[in-house]
Write a protein that binds this ligand. Structure first.
Ligand code: URA
Length: 240
């Protein structure tokens, strides 16, 4: 399939179209071994050998973005009034129909995968796959070994929701506490509700990991980057 070079490179999420133009102008892009005359040149998407600064760039049908979601932004594709996670991405990526894989509450920060690969998203979210999600939580209230035991056994919440066994690792216990929570499912407000059931109010929540994908700590809140080939492959392998 023929497509414009700038569109193809921008679809990876690594460069904007303007940046591609600059890369081409500086001779840093090679298509089948030759420098293209313009960023708008048409290339064979699937078969062209494209290199940027010597690195081979593979055309991907789908786009995979890791966003460090900041607090205060809605985990949705669009909203009439509130800023959404998709609004944090540049135009080129907004046009690619990306959606968040799973939900984080408005006040939750951390790892969010955005993609237009419906099959991978579906597999990652399928209840039967039990893809682990790891959260860092700060709470008002102390945490003890009995809370860890309750998490491990699989709690039943006040509204009757039966939770799968989960892991609670206490990092610091006191009047306010810190912990890591690992869930194998993703029910509405689940971390907050499980900790509330143990008498703790969550004051800060950040997702650190989803399956094999870890939040890149070099990303500030609100920043994003494309997943590497290896990250995409590992995710695929973990849930197919
Ligand atoms: N659990 C919660 O309570 N909130 C989130 O955003 C994610 C998991």
């Amino acid at each position: 399939m023929q497509m414009r070079l700038d569109k193809l490179l921008a679809s990876t999420g690594r460069w904007s179209r303007r940046e591609v133009k600059e890369l081409v102008r500086r001779g840093r892009v090679l298509v089948d071994g030759a420098a293209p005359k313009s960023a708008e040149e048409k290339v064979e998407g699937e078969s062209a050998h494209i290199r940027v600064d010597g690195e081979e760039i593979l055309y991907r049908e789908f786009t995979y973005i890791m966003l460090h979601k900041p607090a205060g932004v809605l985990c949705a594709t669009d909203d009439a009034r509130q800023e959404t996670v998709v609004d944090l991405l540049p135009r080129e990526l907004q046009r690619r129909g990306l959606f968040p894989v799973g939900r984080l509450d408005k006040d939750t920060e951390g790892l969010l995968l955005l993609t237009n690969d419906g099959a991978l998203a579906h597999a990652l979210l399928a209840p039967k796959k039990h893809v682990d999600k790891v959260y860092y939580a700060r709470t008002d209230g102390t945490l003890t070994k009995s809370d860890c035991d309750a998490f491990a056994q699989g709690m039943v919440l006040a509204d009757g929701l039966q939770c799968l066994p989960a892991e609670l690792t206490i990092l610091r216990a006191g009047e306010t506490s810190e912990a890591l929570v690992t869930l194998r499912e993703g029910k509405f407000h689940q971390v907050k509700r499980m900790l509330a059931a143990r008498g703790n109010t969550v004051t800060y929540l950040k997702r650190l990991q989803m399956g094999t994908l870890r939040l890149d700590e070099s990303l500030d809140a609100g920043a994003y980057r494309a997943l590497t080939e290896e990250e995409v492959e590992n995710l695929r392998r973990s849930c197919v």
